[in-house]
Ligand binder design. Structure first.
Ligand code: G3P
Length: 226
């Protein structure tokens, strides 16, 4: 399924309130908001909830991580093929909370491309963003680690890293989309991210921990409209 841009990617991480029945409820709410507003939303539920969430919603469901190993005689891993068979349409790669080696990033992008799984590679700085863009994932998501889970959005705290990343990546490959994340909380942050040249945002706590998730999601989506 081709992803329409701009996009809002909601990573549930392993937050207890977004796991098990909570994962299903949040994914269904995101799907509802997407169908009401026409906005492109993607959800990344906890790994063990992926299959059940994917079978319950029509919006794209992504894995939070996959391993670079082959399917078959490998125990305790999540392979690209496993994720795909469970209903994932894409995967996060190298999230700040699940860093992997550059050789593994390359292997996963390559294997995912062959399997028809989209990839969002998370990066922490310009040098890593450049290196990952050269591997041509679907998206690079710049997320300064120190701002993750905080109250100040990367779009306010460090707009320069976003603008620099967009410029660098577009100079390497026009087909790689750019997302930004860390501390994104509202429609203003989303609008700013787009103004800086990105194709959307990747966020977690702003939605998962919100008292009124529906209101927050509607506000975030309003930022896509420019
Ligand atoms: O994957 C999204 C993420 O790392 C940003 O988290 O809680 O700052 O939106 P948060």
């Amino acid at each position: 399924m081709p992803i329409r841009k701009p996009v809002i990617v909601v990573n549930f991480k392993t937050y207890p309130e977004a796991s098990g029945p909570g994962a299903l409820a949040l994914a269904k709410l995101c799907a509802q908001i997407s169908s009401e507003t026409g906005a492109q939303l993607i959800v990344a539920p906890p790994m063990l909830d992926l299959a059940i969430v994917a079978s319950a919603v029509k919006i794209p469901v992504y894995a939070q991580h996959v391993d670079s190993v082959q399917s078959g005689s490998t125990t305790g891993h999540v392979t690209v093929e496993n994720a795909k068979a469970s209903g994932a349409l894409g995967t996060l790669v190298n999230h700040s909370e699940r860093r992997i080696k550059i050789s593994e990033i390359h292997e996963i992008i390559d294997r995912s491309r062959r399997a028809g799984l989209a990839t969002i590679v998370c990066t922490n700085n310009l040098a890593v963003s450049r290196a990952c863009a050269a591997m041509e994932p679907d998206f690079v998501a710049i997320e300064p680690p120190e701002l993750i889970g905080g109250d100040v959005s990367v779009t306010t705290a460090n707009p320069k890293i976003i603008a620099d990343t967009v410029l660098a990546i577009k100079g390497i490959s026009k087909s790689v989309g750019v997302l930004c994340g860390a501390g994104v909380k509202n429609g203003h942050d989303v609008a700013k991210a787009l103004e800086l040249g990105t194709d959307g945002v990747l966020l977690a706590s702003g939605v998962v921990k919100a008292k009124d998730r529906r209101a927050v999601l509607l506000d975030l989506v309003s930022g896509l409209k420019g």
